[in-house]
Design a protein around this ligand. Structure first.
Ligand SMILES: Cc1cc2nc3c(=O)[nH]c(=O)nc-3n(C[C@H](O)[C@H](O)[C@H](O)COP(=O)(O)OP(=O)(O)OC[C@H]3O[C@@H](n4cnc5c(N)ncnc54)[C@H](O)[C@@H]3O)c2cc1C
Ligand code: SF4
Length: 547
Protein backbone atom coordinates (compact mmCIF):
# COMPACT_ATOMS: atom_id res chain seq x y z
CA UNK A 1 0.00 0.00 0.00
CA UNK A 2 1.20 3.58 -0.69
CA UNK A 3 2.39 5.48 2.38
CA UNK A 4 0.61 8.77 3.00
CA UNK A 5 3.19 11.17 4.41
CA UNK A 6 2.60 13.31 7.48
CA UNK A 7 3.07 16.29 5.18
CA UNK A 8 -0.34 16.55 3.54
CA UNK A 9 1.02 17.33 0.14
CA UNK A 10 3.11 14.27 -0.62
CA UNK A 11 2.63 10.55 -1.21
CA UNK A 12 5.11 7.71 -1.65
CA UNK A 13 4.85 4.72 -3.97
CA UNK A 14 7.22 2.03 -5.15
CA UNK A 15 6.59 3.00 -8.77
CA UNK A 16 4.96 5.98 -10.48
CA UNK A 17 4.01 5.80 -14.15
CA UNK A 18 3.40 9.05 -16.01
CA UNK A 19 0.78 8.52 -18.73
CA UNK A 20 -2.04 6.01 -19.13
CA UNK A 21 -1.54 5.09 -22.78
CA UNK A 22 -0.79 1.55 -24.00
CA UNK A 23 2.80 1.86 -22.69
CA UNK A 24 1.98 3.16 -19.20
CA UNK A 25 -0.86 0.73 -18.60
CA UNK A 26 1.08 -2.29 -19.90
CA UNK A 27 3.96 -1.41 -17.57
CA UNK A 28 1.56 -1.14 -14.63
CA UNK A 29 0.02 -4.53 -15.42
CA UNK A 30 3.39 -6.21 -15.90
CA UNK A 31 4.73 -4.81 -12.60
CA UNK A 32 1.77 -6.22 -10.71
CA UNK A 33 2.18 -9.55 -12.52
CA UNK A 34 5.86 -9.64 -11.45
CA UNK A 35 4.83 -8.98 -7.84
CA UNK A 36 2.20 -11.73 -7.97
CA UNK A 37 4.64 -14.23 -9.50
CA UNK A 38 7.14 -13.60 -6.68
CA UNK A 39 4.66 -13.16 -3.82
CA UNK A 40 5.69 -9.58 -3.18
CA UNK A 41 3.81 -6.31 -2.70
CA UNK A 42 4.45 -3.36 -4.95
CA UNK A 43 2.53 -0.07 -5.01
CA UNK A 44 2.01 1.32 -8.50
CA UNK A 45 0.44 4.68 -9.29
CA UNK A 46 -0.44 5.90 -12.79
CA UNK A 47 -0.95 9.61 -13.47
CA UNK A 48 -2.95 10.64 -16.53
CA UNK A 49 -3.50 14.22 -17.67
CA UNK A 50 -6.71 13.42 -19.57
CA UNK A 51 -9.98 13.70 -17.63
CA UNK A 52 -10.32 9.91 -17.90
CA UNK A 53 -8.19 7.08 -19.31
CA UNK A 54 -8.51 7.27 -23.11
CA UNK A 55 -9.57 10.95 -23.25
CA UNK A 56 -6.22 11.97 -24.79
CA UNK A 57 -5.63 8.84 -26.85
CA UNK A 58 -5.82 9.24 -30.62
CA UNK A 59 -4.52 6.61 -33.01
CA UNK A 60 -5.44 4.94 -36.36
CA UNK A 61 -5.75 2.20 -35.38
CA UNK A 62 -4.80 -1.10 -36.89
CA UNK A 63 -3.50 -3.12 -33.99
CA UNK A 64 -0.95 -5.91 -33.96
CA UNK A 65 -1.67 -8.16 -30.96
CA UNK A 66 1.87 -9.53 -30.55
CA UNK A 67 2.69 -7.68 -27.31
CA UNK A 68 -0.80 -8.09 -25.88
CA UNK A 69 -0.63 -11.85 -26.54
CA UNK A 70 2.43 -11.89 -24.27
CA UNK A 71 0.98 -9.59 -21.61
CA UNK A 72 -2.57 -10.94 -21.28
CA UNK A 73 -2.75 -14.18 -23.30
CA UNK A 74 -6.46 -14.65 -22.49
CA UNK A 75 -7.45 -11.14 -23.69
CA UNK A 76 -10.21 -12.59 -25.86
CA UNK A 77 -12.03 -14.28 -22.99
CA UNK A 78 -11.55 -11.10 -20.93
CA UNK A 79 -13.53 -9.29 -23.60
CA UNK A 80 -10.88 -6.90 -24.83
CA UNK A 81 -12.42 -4.46 -27.34
CA UNK A 82 -10.53 -6.13 -30.21
CA UNK A 83 -13.02 -7.88 -32.42
CA UNK A 84 -12.79 -6.67 -36.01
CA UNK A 85 -10.12 -8.36 -38.12
CA UNK A 86 -8.50 -6.34 -40.91
CA UNK A 87 -9.52 -8.26 -44.01
CA UNK A 88 -8.05 -6.50 -47.03
CA UNK A 89 -5.29 -3.97 -47.74
CA UNK A 90 -5.19 -1.32 -50.45
CA UNK A 91 -2.34 1.06 -51.24
CA UNK A 92 -3.38 3.80 -53.64
CA UNK A 93 -1.63 6.70 -55.37
CA UNK A 94 -3.81 9.77 -55.88
CA UNK A 95 -3.26 12.11 -58.80
CA UNK A 96 -5.14 15.43 -58.79
CA UNK A 97 -8.34 13.84 -60.16
CA UNK A 98 -7.59 10.14 -60.52
CA UNK A 99 -6.00 7.25 -58.69
CA UNK A 100 -4.21 3.97 -59.26
CA UNK A 101 -3.49 1.01 -57.05
CA UNK A 102 0.14 0.25 -56.06
CA UNK A 103 1.45 -3.06 -54.69
CA UNK A 104 0.98 -3.07 -50.91
CA UNK A 105 4.42 -2.90 -49.23
CA UNK A 106 5.10 -5.85 -46.88
CA UNK A 107 5.13 -3.49 -43.87
CA UNK A 108 1.57 -2.41 -44.65
CA UNK A 109 0.01 -5.87 -44.89
CA UNK A 110 -2.45 -6.32 -42.07
CA UNK A 111 -3.51 -9.92 -42.27
CA UNK A 112 -4.04 -11.12 -38.65
CA UNK A 113 -4.28 -7.53 -37.34
CA UNK A 114 -7.39 -5.88 -35.91
CA UNK A 115 -9.05 -2.51 -36.44
CA UNK A 116 -9.70 -0.98 -33.04
CA UNK A 117 -10.23 2.20 -31.07
CA UNK A 118 -6.98 2.58 -29.11
CA UNK A 119 -8.76 4.84 -26.62
CA UNK A 120 -11.19 2.00 -25.83
CA UNK A 121 -8.34 -0.51 -25.60
CA UNK A 122 -6.69 1.78 -23.04
CA UNK A 123 -9.93 1.97 -21.04
CA UNK A 124 -9.97 -1.84 -20.97
CA UNK A 125 -6.25 -2.03 -20.06
CA UNK A 126 -6.96 0.48 -17.27
CA UNK A 127 -9.64 -1.85 -15.90
CA UNK A 128 -7.26 -4.83 -16.03
CA UNK A 129 -4.63 -2.78 -14.18
CA UNK A 130 -7.06 -1.63 -11.50
CA UNK A 131 -8.20 -5.22 -10.92
CA UNK A 132 -4.57 -6.03 -10.14
CA UNK A 133 -4.41 -3.17 -7.62
CA UNK A 134 -2.87 -0.37 -9.70
CA UNK A 135 -4.02 3.11 -8.63
CA UNK A 136 -4.89 5.26 -11.64
CA UNK A 137 -5.40 9.00 -11.15
CA UNK A 138 -6.89 10.58 -14.27
CA UNK A 139 -7.12 14.37 -14.46
CA UNK A 140 -3.72 14.66 -12.73
CA UNK A 141 -0.86 15.75 -14.98
CA UNK A 142 2.70 15.27 -13.82
CA UNK A 143 3.89 18.83 -14.25
CA UNK A 144 7.50 18.63 -13.17
CA UNK A 145 10.20 16.19 -12.12
CA UNK A 146 11.73 16.24 -8.66
CA UNK A 147 15.46 15.56 -8.72
CA UNK A 148 17.55 14.90 -5.66
CA UNK A 149 21.28 14.32 -5.81
CA UNK A 150 21.28 13.52 -9.52
CA UNK A 151 18.42 11.06 -9.25
CA UNK A 152 14.76 11.42 -10.24
CA UNK A 153 12.82 10.84 -7.04
CA UNK A 154 9.35 12.15 -7.82
CA UNK A 155 6.98 14.25 -9.84
CA UNK A 156 4.78 17.17 -8.88
CA UNK A 157 1.19 17.87 -9.91
CA UNK A 158 0.01 21.43 -10.67
CA UNK A 159 -0.98 23.69 -7.79
CA UNK A 160 -4.47 24.53 -8.78
CA UNK A 161 -7.62 23.11 -10.15
CA UNK A 162 -8.68 19.70 -11.27
CA UNK A 163 -11.38 20.61 -13.74
CA UNK A 164 -14.96 20.86 -12.67
CA UNK A 165 -15.93 17.58 -14.34
CA UNK A 166 -13.48 15.70 -12.18
CA UNK A 167 -13.80 14.80 -8.51
CA UNK A 168 -10.44 14.48 -6.76
CA UNK A 169 -10.07 11.69 -4.22
CA UNK A 170 -9.79 12.79 -0.58
CA UNK A 171 -6.19 11.56 -0.20
CA UNK A 172 -5.14 12.74 -3.64
CA UNK A 173 -5.36 16.46 -4.25
CA UNK A 174 -3.81 18.84 -6.78
CA UNK A 175 -0.52 20.44 -5.83
CA UNK A 176 1.10 17.30 -4.42
CA UNK A 177 4.60 15.92 -4.63
CA UNK A 178 4.60 12.22 -5.42
CA UNK A 179 7.69 10.17 -4.70
CA UNK A 180 8.74 6.71 -5.87
CA UNK A 181 11.73 4.40 -6.02
CA UNK A 182 11.40 4.29 -9.81
CA UNK A 183 9.40 6.37 -12.29
CA UNK A 184 8.40 5.24 -15.77
CA UNK A 185 7.74 8.05 -18.22
CA UNK A 186 5.09 6.98 -20.73
CA UNK A 187 3.98 10.40 -21.97
CA UNK A 188 3.65 9.52 -25.65
CA UNK A 189 5.01 11.60 -28.50
CA UNK A 190 7.07 14.65 -27.39
CA UNK A 191 6.43 14.26 -23.67
CA UNK A 192 6.91 17.50 -21.76
CA UNK A 193 8.77 15.87 -18.86
CA UNK A 194 10.65 13.63 -21.27
CA UNK A 195 11.95 16.77 -22.96
CA UNK A 196 13.13 18.08 -19.58
CA UNK A 197 14.79 14.78 -18.63
CA UNK A 198 16.47 14.63 -22.02
CA UNK A 199 18.17 17.94 -21.28
CA UNK A 200 19.02 17.12 -17.66
CA UNK A 201 20.57 13.71 -18.40
CA UNK A 202 21.71 14.49 -21.96
CA UNK A 203 19.75 11.46 -23.17
CA UNK A 204 20.09 12.23 -26.88
CA UNK A 205 23.87 12.55 -26.97
CA UNK A 206 24.34 9.37 -29.03
CA UNK A 207 21.07 9.48 -30.98
CA UNK A 208 19.90 11.10 -34.20
CA UNK A 209 17.34 13.91 -33.73
CA UNK A 210 13.84 12.62 -33.07
CA UNK A 211 11.51 13.48 -35.96
CA UNK A 212 7.72 13.64 -35.95
CA UNK A 213 4.59 13.65 -38.02
CA UNK A 214 1.28 15.33 -37.32
CA UNK A 215 -1.73 13.02 -37.55
CA UNK A 216 -5.22 14.44 -38.07
CA UNK A 217 -8.19 12.14 -37.76
CA UNK A 218 -11.97 12.14 -38.13
CA UNK A 219 -14.58 9.46 -37.64
CA UNK A 220 -17.44 9.37 -40.15
CA UNK A 221 -20.68 7.46 -40.44
CA UNK A 222 -20.89 6.48 -44.13
CA UNK A 223 -23.30 5.04 -46.64
CA UNK A 224 -23.59 1.26 -46.16
CA UNK A 225 -23.17 0.54 -49.90
CA UNK A 226 -19.59 1.82 -49.87
CA UNK A 227 -18.64 0.43 -46.51
CA UNK A 228 -16.92 -2.89 -45.84
CA UNK A 229 -16.07 -3.66 -42.20
CA UNK A 230 -12.38 -4.54 -41.83
CA UNK A 231 -11.18 -2.82 -45.02
CA UNK A 232 -7.85 -0.98 -44.80
CA UNK A 233 -6.81 1.78 -47.25
CA UNK A 234 -3.73 3.95 -47.40
CA UNK A 235 -3.10 6.68 -49.97
CA UNK A 236 -0.06 8.69 -50.98
CA UNK A 237 0.27 11.47 -53.56
CA UNK A 238 -2.24 14.30 -53.93
CA UNK A 239 -2.67 16.79 -52.30
CA UNK A 240 0.95 16.71 -51.10
CA UNK A 241 3.90 17.71 -53.25
CA UNK A 242 6.43 14.91 -53.82
CA UNK A 243 8.92 16.51 -51.43
CA UNK A 244 6.50 16.35 -48.46
CA UNK A 245 6.24 13.08 -46.56
CA UNK A 246 2.73 11.97 -45.75
CA UNK A 247 -0.47 10.26 -46.76
CA UNK A 248 -3.83 9.10 -45.57
CA UNK A 249 -5.37 6.14 -43.79
CA UNK A 250 -8.95 4.95 -44.07
CA UNK A 251 -10.01 2.12 -41.79
CA UNK A 252 -13.53 0.68 -41.99
CA UNK A 253 -14.72 0.20 -38.42
CA UNK A 254 -17.89 -1.44 -37.16
CA UNK A 255 -21.45 -0.02 -37.56
CA UNK A 256 -20.90 1.80 -40.88
CA UNK A 257 -18.23 3.99 -39.35
CA UNK A 258 -14.82 4.76 -40.82
CA UNK A 259 -11.68 6.30 -39.34
CA UNK A 260 -10.17 8.66 -41.88
CA UNK A 261 -6.92 10.45 -41.21
CA UNK A 262 -3.95 12.20 -42.70
CA UNK A 263 -0.34 12.19 -41.49
CA UNK A 264 2.21 14.82 -42.58
CA UNK A 265 5.90 14.61 -41.75
CA UNK A 266 6.87 17.66 -39.72
CA UNK A 267 10.10 17.99 -41.67
CA UNK A 268 8.13 19.77 -44.43
CA UNK A 269 9.87 22.86 -45.76
CA UNK A 270 7.16 25.13 -47.16
CA UNK A 271 5.99 27.47 -44.37
CA UNK A 272 2.73 28.09 -46.25
CA UNK A 273 1.73 24.46 -45.76
CA UNK A 274 -1.28 24.00 -43.50
CA UNK A 275 -1.67 20.34 -42.44
CA UNK A 276 -5.28 20.83 -41.33
CA UNK A 277 -6.22 22.39 -44.69
CA UNK A 278 -4.35 19.62 -46.57
CA UNK A 279 -6.47 17.02 -44.76
CA UNK A 280 -9.67 18.92 -45.52
CA UNK A 281 -8.94 19.24 -49.23
CA UNK A 282 -7.79 15.59 -49.43
CA UNK A 283 -11.39 14.61 -48.58
CA UNK A 284 -12.65 16.46 -51.66
CA UNK A 285 -10.70 14.21 -54.07
CA UNK A 286 -13.23 12.34 -56.30
CA UNK A 287 -12.05 8.96 -55.00
CA UNK A 288 -12.55 9.97 -51.35
CA UNK A 289 -15.57 12.21 -51.95
CA UNK A 290 -17.74 9.30 -53.15
CA UNK A 291 -17.11 7.51 -49.84
CA UNK A 292 -18.02 10.48 -47.67
CA UNK A 293 -20.62 12.51 -49.50
CA UNK A 294 -23.67 10.73 -48.10
CA UNK A 295 -22.04 10.45 -44.70
CA UNK A 296 -21.75 12.49 -41.53
CA UNK A 297 -18.66 13.55 -39.60
CA UNK A 298 -18.76 12.49 -35.94
CA UNK A 299 -15.33 13.21 -34.37
CA UNK A 300 -12.18 15.20 -34.97
CA UNK A 301 -8.75 15.26 -33.33
CA UNK A 302 -5.01 15.60 -33.91
CA UNK A 303 -1.85 14.22 -32.34
CA UNK A 304 1.80 14.03 -33.23
CA UNK A 305 3.58 10.73 -33.75
CA UNK A 306 7.24 9.82 -33.54
CA UNK A 307 8.94 9.01 -36.84
CA UNK A 308 12.68 8.85 -36.07
CA UNK A 309 12.70 5.09 -35.44
CA UNK A 310 15.77 3.03 -34.58
CA UNK A 311 18.50 5.68 -35.00
CA UNK A 312 16.59 8.19 -32.86
CA UNK A 313 16.17 6.00 -29.79
CA UNK A 314 17.69 7.97 -26.90
CA UNK A 315 19.39 6.65 -23.79
CA UNK A 316 16.46 4.94 -22.10
CA UNK A 317 17.49 4.81 -18.46
CA UNK A 318 18.78 7.31 -15.90
CA UNK A 319 19.00 7.21 -12.11
CA UNK A 320 15.47 6.75 -10.79
CA UNK A 321 13.62 6.27 -14.07
CA UNK A 322 13.15 5.07 -17.64
CA UNK A 323 11.44 6.15 -20.87
CA UNK A 324 8.93 3.80 -22.50
CA UNK A 325 6.61 3.84 -25.54
CA UNK A 326 6.35 6.78 -27.92
CA UNK A 327 8.19 9.18 -25.61
CA UNK A 328 11.23 6.99 -26.22
CA UNK A 329 10.37 6.78 -29.95
CA UNK A 330 9.47 3.13 -30.62
CA UNK A 331 6.91 3.64 -33.40
CA UNK A 332 7.45 1.62 -36.56
CA UNK A 333 6.86 4.32 -39.22
CA UNK A 334 6.48 2.24 -42.40
CA UNK A 335 3.87 0.17 -40.57
CA UNK A 336 2.33 3.32 -38.98
CA UNK A 337 2.09 1.26 -35.82
CA UNK A 338 3.42 2.05 -32.40
CA UNK A 339 0.95 0.51 -29.96
CA UNK A 340 2.45 -2.97 -29.99
CA UNK A 341 6.01 -1.62 -29.69
CA UNK A 342 4.97 0.82 -26.94
CA UNK A 343 3.51 -2.12 -25.01
CA UNK A 344 6.52 -4.35 -25.58
CA UNK A 345 8.98 -1.67 -24.41
CA UNK A 346 6.82 -1.18 -21.32
CA UNK A 347 6.83 -4.88 -20.49
CA UNK A 348 10.60 -5.19 -20.87
CA UNK A 349 11.07 -2.04 -18.76
CA UNK A 350 8.68 -3.25 -16.06
CA UNK A 351 10.65 -6.49 -15.64
CA UNK A 352 13.88 -4.50 -15.25
CA UNK A 353 12.30 -1.95 -12.90
CA UNK A 354 10.91 -4.71 -10.69
CA UNK A 355 14.37 -6.27 -10.47
CA UNK A 356 16.01 -2.87 -9.80
CA UNK A 357 13.64 -2.26 -6.89
CA UNK A 358 14.28 -5.68 -5.36
CA UNK A 359 18.07 -5.32 -5.81
CA UNK A 360 17.95 -1.68 -4.64
CA UNK A 361 19.62 -0.43 -7.84
CA UNK A 362 19.36 3.24 -8.82
CA UNK A 363 19.12 2.56 -12.55
CA UNK A 364 17.25 -0.24 -14.34
CA UNK A 365 20.08 -0.87 -16.80
CA UNK A 366 18.80 -4.32 -17.78
CA UNK A 367 15.94 -2.60 -19.61
CA UNK A 368 18.16 -1.50 -22.53
CA UNK A 369 20.12 -4.77 -22.59
CA UNK A 370 16.94 -6.87 -22.70
CA UNK A 371 15.25 -4.62 -25.23
CA UNK A 372 18.18 -5.18 -27.60
CA UNK A 373 17.48 -8.92 -27.42
CA UNK A 374 13.75 -8.52 -28.08
CA UNK A 375 11.71 -8.66 -31.31
CA UNK A 376 11.07 -4.92 -30.98
CA UNK A 377 14.74 -4.05 -31.61
CA UNK A 378 14.94 -6.33 -34.64
CA UNK A 379 11.67 -4.95 -36.03
CA UNK A 380 12.79 -1.30 -35.80
CA UNK A 381 16.29 -2.04 -37.08
CA UNK A 382 14.94 -3.64 -40.27
CA UNK A 383 12.95 -0.53 -41.31
CA UNK A 384 15.35 2.18 -40.11
CA UNK A 385 16.24 3.56 -43.54
CA UNK A 386 12.76 3.89 -45.03
CA UNK A 387 11.65 7.17 -43.43
CA UNK A 388 14.92 9.08 -44.01
CA UNK A 389 15.03 7.91 -47.65
CA UNK A 390 12.01 10.22 -48.20
CA UNK A 391 14.42 13.18 -48.01
CA UNK A 392 15.06 12.34 -51.71
CA UNK A 393 11.36 12.77 -52.56
CA UNK A 394 8.50 10.30 -52.98
CA UNK A 395 9.46 8.22 -56.03
CA UNK A 396 13.18 7.71 -55.26
CA UNK A 397 12.17 6.79 -51.70
CA UNK A 398 9.59 4.24 -52.87
CA UNK A 399 12.17 2.69 -55.17
CA UNK A 400 14.83 2.59 -52.45
CA UNK A 401 12.35 1.16 -49.92
CA UNK A 402 11.29 -1.58 -52.33
CA UNK A 403 14.93 -2.63 -52.86
CA UNK A 404 15.73 -2.32 -49.15
CA UNK A 405 12.72 -4.36 -48.03
CA UNK A 406 11.97 -6.83 -50.85
CA UNK A 407 15.56 -7.67 -51.83
CA UNK A 408 17.61 -7.06 -48.72
CA UNK A 409 14.97 -7.39 -45.95
CA UNK A 410 16.34 -4.26 -44.22
CA UNK A 411 19.83 -5.76 -43.89
CA UNK A 412 21.78 -3.20 -45.96
CA UNK A 413 24.72 -2.15 -43.78
CA UNK A 414 24.24 1.64 -43.63
CA UNK A 415 21.96 3.80 -41.49
CA UNK A 416 20.64 7.09 -42.84
CA UNK A 417 20.55 10.21 -40.74
CA UNK A 418 17.65 12.48 -39.81
CA UNK A 419 17.29 16.25 -39.70
CA UNK A 420 15.44 17.95 -36.86
CA UNK A 421 11.97 19.13 -37.89
CA UNK A 422 12.40 22.67 -36.57
CA UNK A 423 15.36 23.26 -38.91
CA UNK A 424 13.68 22.51 -42.24
CA UNK A 425 11.45 25.52 -43.02
CA UNK A 426 12.47 27.71 -45.95
CA UNK A 427 11.78 31.43 -45.89
CA UNK A 428 8.20 32.30 -46.88
CA UNK A 429 9.47 34.69 -49.55
CA UNK A 430 11.37 31.81 -51.20
CA UNK A 431 8.47 29.32 -51.02
CA UNK A 432 5.42 28.72 -53.17
CA UNK A 433 2.32 30.15 -51.50
CA UNK A 434 -0.45 27.50 -51.18
CA UNK A 435 -4.03 28.68 -51.69
CA UNK A 436 -6.50 26.34 -50.01
CA UNK A 437 -10.16 26.10 -51.06
CA UNK A 438 -12.75 27.39 -48.58
CA UNK A 439 -14.38 24.59 -46.57
CA UNK A 440 -17.71 23.48 -48.05
CA UNK A 441 -19.23 22.45 -44.69
CA UNK A 442 -20.06 18.98 -46.09
CA UNK A 443 -16.75 17.26 -46.74
CA UNK A 444 -14.32 19.94 -45.60
CA UNK A 445 -14.65 22.07 -42.49
CA UNK A 446 -13.07 24.95 -40.62
CA UNK A 447 -11.05 24.61 -37.43
CA UNK A 448 -13.69 25.88 -35.02
CA UNK A 449 -16.45 23.45 -36.06
CA UNK A 450 -13.85 20.66 -35.97
CA UNK A 451 -12.64 21.61 -32.51
CA UNK A 452 -16.18 21.43 -31.23
CA UNK A 453 -16.19 17.71 -32.11
CA UNK A 454 -12.98 17.10 -30.14
CA UNK A 455 -14.63 18.21 -26.90
CA UNK A 456 -11.55 20.26 -26.03
CA UNK A 457 -11.90 22.21 -22.81
CA UNK A 458 -9.50 23.96 -20.44
CA UNK A 459 -10.47 25.66 -17.19
CA UNK A 460 -10.17 29.42 -17.45
CA UNK A 461 -8.02 31.46 -15.05
CA UNK A 462 -4.99 29.24 -15.28
CA UNK A 463 -1.52 30.28 -16.45
CA UNK A 464 -1.05 29.76 -20.20
CA UNK A 465 0.38 26.26 -20.67
CA UNK A 466 2.02 27.31 -23.97
CA UNK A 467 5.07 29.22 -22.89
CA UNK A 468 7.28 31.43 -25.02
CA UNK A 469 10.94 31.51 -24.05
CA UNK A 470 11.19 34.90 -25.78
CA UNK A 471 7.98 36.80 -26.41
CA UNK A 472 9.50 38.84 -29.28
CA UNK A 473 10.47 35.91 -31.52
CA UNK A 474 6.96 35.23 -32.91
CA UNK A 475 6.99 38.69 -34.50
CA UNK A 476 10.65 39.55 -35.02
CA UNK A 477 11.61 36.15 -36.47
CA UNK A 478 8.66 33.84 -37.19
CA UNK A 479 6.47 36.48 -38.81
CA UNK A 480 9.26 38.16 -40.74
CA UNK A 481 10.93 35.01 -42.03
CA UNK A 482 8.08 32.48 -42.28
CA UNK A 483 4.82 34.49 -42.14
CA UNK A 484 4.04 33.02 -38.73
CA UNK A 485 3.82 29.28 -39.55
CA UNK A 486 2.27 28.51 -36.13
CA UNK A 487 -0.98 29.97 -37.52
CA UNK A 488 -1.03 27.14 -40.06
CA UNK A 489 0.62 24.11 -38.42
CA UNK A 490 -1.51 24.27 -35.28
CA UNK A 491 -4.56 22.07 -36.01
CA UNK A 492 -6.61 23.90 -33.38
CA UNK A 493 -6.13 27.55 -34.37
CA UNK A 494 -4.44 28.36 -31.08
CA UNK A 495 -1.99 30.87 -32.57
CA UNK A 496 -3.24 34.08 -34.21
CA UNK A 497 -1.34 37.10 -35.41
CA UNK A 498 -3.35 40.17 -34.46
CA UNK A 499 -2.61 43.52 -36.07
CA UNK A 500 -2.55 46.14 -33.33
CA UNK A 501 -4.73 49.26 -33.74
CA UNK A 502 -2.93 52.21 -35.27
CA UNK A 503 -0.53 53.90 -32.91
CA UNK A 504 0.12 50.76 -30.83
CA UNK A 505 2.67 49.47 -33.29
CA UNK A 506 2.86 46.36 -35.46
CA UNK A 507 1.44 42.98 -34.70
CA UNK A 508 1.28 40.61 -31.74
CA UNK A 509 0.77 36.87 -31.27
CA UNK A 510 -2.45 35.87 -29.51
CA UNK A 511 -2.45 32.40 -27.93
CA UNK A 512 -5.89 30.82 -27.57
CA UNK A 513 -4.59 28.15 -25.20
CA UNK A 514 -8.07 26.90 -24.29
CA UNK A 515 -8.36 25.34 -27.79
CA UNK A 516 -5.21 23.25 -27.49
CA UNK A 517 -5.51 19.60 -28.60
CA UNK A 518 -2.21 18.58 -26.91
CA UNK A 519 -0.78 17.47 -30.26
CA UNK A 520 2.63 19.08 -29.37
CA UNK A 521 3.29 20.28 -32.94
CA UNK A 522 4.20 23.81 -31.79
CA UNK A 523 6.77 22.42 -29.35
CA UNK A 524 8.28 20.41 -32.23
CA UNK A 525 8.09 22.69 -35.27
CA UNK A 526 8.72 26.20 -33.94
CA UNK A 527 11.87 27.20 -35.88
CA UNK A 528 13.70 28.58 -32.83
CA UNK A 529 12.28 26.02 -30.37
CA UNK A 530 10.79 29.04 -28.64
CA UNK A 531 7.42 27.46 -27.76
CA UNK A 532 7.41 25.14 -24.77
CA UNK A 533 4.34 22.98 -24.27
CA UNK A 534 3.67 22.37 -20.56
CA UNK A 535 0.87 20.47 -18.89
CA UNK A 536 -2.25 22.55 -18.22
CA UNK A 537 -4.06 22.21 -14.93
CA UNK A 538 -6.68 19.58 -14.19
CA UNK A 539 -8.03 17.24 -16.84
CA UNK A 540 -8.03 19.91 -19.56
CA UNK A 541 -7.60 19.11 -23.26
CA UNK A 542 -9.55 16.97 -25.69
CA UNK A 543 -12.20 14.51 -24.62
CA UNK A 544 -11.88 11.84 -27.26
CA UNK A 545 -14.34 9.01 -27.04
CA UNK A 546 -13.57 6.41 -29.71
CA UNK A 547 -10.32 7.76 -31.21
C1 LIG B 1 -2.80 9.58 -36.36
C2 LIG B 1 -2.14 8.38 -35.74
C3 LIG B 1 -2.37 7.12 -36.26
C4 LIG B 1 -1.77 6.01 -35.68
N1 LIG B 1 -2.08 4.76 -36.16
C5 LIG B 1 -1.63 3.68 -35.52
C6 LIG B 1 -2.07 2.39 -35.90
O1 LIG B 1 -2.88 2.23 -36.82
N2 LIG B 1 -1.58 1.33 -35.21
C7 LIG B 1 -0.71 1.47 -34.18
O2 LIG B 1 -0.30 0.46 -33.58
N3 LIG B 1 -0.26 2.69 -33.81
C8 LIG B 1 -0.72 3.79 -34.44
N4 LIG B 1 -0.32 5.03 -34.02
C9 LIG B 1 0.71 5.14 -32.98
C10 LIG B 1 0.17 4.80 -31.59
O3 LIG B 1 -1.01 5.50 -31.34
C11 LIG B 1 1.23 5.14 -30.57
O4 LIG B 1 2.44 4.53 -30.94
C12 LIG B 1 0.84 4.70 -29.18
O5 LIG B 1 -0.35 5.32 -28.79
C13 LIG B 1 1.96 5.02 -28.20
O6 LIG B 1 1.56 4.67 -26.91
P1 LIG B 1 2.15 5.44 -25.64
O7 LIG B 1 1.50 4.82 -24.47
O8 LIG B 1 3.61 5.48 -25.71
O9 LIG B 1 1.68 6.96 -25.80
P2 LIG B 1 0.22 7.59 -25.90
O10 LIG B 1 -0.73 6.65 -26.51
O11 LIG B 1 0.40 8.91 -26.54
O12 LIG B 1 -0.21 7.80 -24.38
C14 LIG B 1 0.43 8.74 -23.56
C15 LIG B 1 -0.52 9.10 -22.42
O13 LIG B 1 0.22 9.86 -21.47
C16 LIG B 1 -0.55 10.99 -21.07
N5 LIG B 1 0.41 12.02 -20.64
C17 LIG B 1 1.34 12.65 -21.40
N6 LIG B 1 2.07 13.48 -20.64
C18 LIG B 1 1.59 13.39 -19.38
C19 LIG B 1 1.94 14.02 -18.15
N7 LIG B 1 2.98 14.87 -18.05
N8 LIG B 1 1.22 13.71 -17.03
C20 LIG B 1 0.20 12.80 -17.10
N9 LIG B 1 -0.19 12.19 -18.25
C21 LIG B 1 0.52 12.47 -19.37
C22 LIG B 1 -1.33 11.35 -22.33
O14 LIG B 1 -2.46 12.13 -22.02
C23 LIG B 1 -1.68 9.96 -22.88
O15 LIG B 1 -2.88 9.48 -22.34
C24 LIG B 1 -0.89 6.16 -34.58
C25 LIG B 1 -0.66 7.43 -34.04
C26 LIG B 1 -1.29 8.54 -34.61
C27 LIG B 1 -1.08 9.89 -33.99
S1 SF4 C 1 -1.15 24.74 -29.41
FE1 SF4 C 1 0.46 23.34 -29.98
S2 SF4 C 1 -0.06 21.45 -28.93
FE2 SF4 C 1 -1.88 22.73 -28.86
S3 SF4 C 1 -3.05 22.08 -30.64
FE3 SF4 C 1 -1.80 23.81 -31.31
S4 SF4 C 1 0.07 22.93 -32.13
FE4 SF4 C 1 -0.99 21.32 -30.96
Amino acid sequence: MPMISTERDSMHFDVIIVGAGPAGLSAAIRLKQCAKETNREISVCVLEKGSEVGAHILSGAVFETRALDELIPDWQSREAPITLKANDDHFVYLTKKGHFQLPTPPTMKNHENYIISLANLCRWLGKQAEELGVEIYAGFPAQDVIIDNGRVVGVSTPDMGVDKHHQPLPQFQPGMNLYAKQILFAEGSRGSLTRKLTDIFDLRKNAQPQTYGLGLKEIWQVDSELYKAGSVWHTIGWPLENDTYGGSFIYHLEDNKIAIGFVIGLDYSNPWLDPFAEFQRFKTHPFIRQLLEKGERLNYGAKSLVEGGFQSIPQLTFPGGVLIGDCAGFLNVPKIKGSHTAMKSAMVAADAIFKAIIDDQAEAIEYTENLKKSWLWEELHAVRNIRPSFHWGLWPALLYSAIDQFLFKGKLPWTFKHRADHTTLKRAADSKRIEYPKPDGKLSFDRSSSLYLSGTFHEENQPCHLQLKDSDIPITYNLTEFEAPEQRYCPAGVYEIIQNPEGLGGARLQINAQNCLHCKTCDIKDPQQNIVWTTPEGGGGPRYSDM
